[in-house]
Design a protein around this ligand. Sequence first.
Ligand code: AMP
Ligand code: ZN
Ligand code: ZN
Length: 311
Amino acid sequence: MKKKRCIVCHRKADVYIVYANAAFCREHFIEFYERKILRTLKEAKFEGRRVLVAVSGGKDSVALLYALTSLAEALNIQIAALHIDLRIGNYSEESVAIVEKIAHELKIPIRIVDVRDFLGVGLPEATRVTKRPACAVCGIVKRWIMNKIAYENGFDYIATGHNIDDISAFWLKALLTQREEDIIRDFSIVTPPNPDYRIVGRIRPQIFLREQENMLYCLFKHAPFIQEICPLSRGATLHRYKEIWGDILEVNPVSQINFVKSLLRLRERIEKPKINMTTCKICGFATTAKDSICAFCRLRLRIQSWKNSLS
Ligand code: AMP
Ligand code: ZN
Ligand code: ZN
């Protein structure tokens, strides 16, 4: 087979991106990747100034931090990083070390917070006490902590490393389990802030990038990242839905992009259901719960009563 050449400079290519039917050398892949993030944010009319990047230490959010650092001037933003130490044994210890190293290398201010200072326990105990799937508990805890830290430190947006493999797996699962509200309300590219309810905005700049592309970007930028997947997420059905996408993509390499774009367009045409937002009577942050106690505070109360029952 003829060796592929970079579509920009015609030197020997280092990667071939199947869905784009394009080969790139290292340098031009980096350019392709960053331009895609820039275009995604511009087309979604993102206009933030101070962005807190939520970095887990995995390839997606590490790539995001590097890319937003490169694009800070073009986007006219200031960035800082946040890492939540979830206290999941070695996995968390390694994650903290990697995120600290990266922030130092990129000369970016970083804040590392311990989940126990907010929840009273680490993620493994929280999962055991509540008897709920770890990823569901973790999602509630991370969202609340990210919003609180960003809000109290004057950030207008939080950036997360959600990629197209995450979103397409989540939406496929939503369709196959009749949870269409999961498609309607989640995963916007840009969700503006809502200061009345102390809600910081959200951006998901990698919504059209694949996990593989994030990994390649990290490798080409010599960015360290944690390779292990979170031990608490083993067995999560979302991983299975991601595997299914692998098979579909062999049939049609652009199916995943088409799937996400179609659902985004369909969503535009659906009238948004009215949500009754209020503020949590315990923490003061936003909630839609009828009893005005947010999911995080409910979790915290449950853990507190478990602790009390022990003493
Ligand atoms: P996940 O909920 O694990 O799929 O992660 C989604 C996104 O949340 C990641 O891409 C990160 O931007 C962010 N994130 C996940 N874990 C952490 C963490 N421990 N600290 C800070 N941000 C995180
Ligand atoms: Zn090239
Ligand atoms: Zn609350």
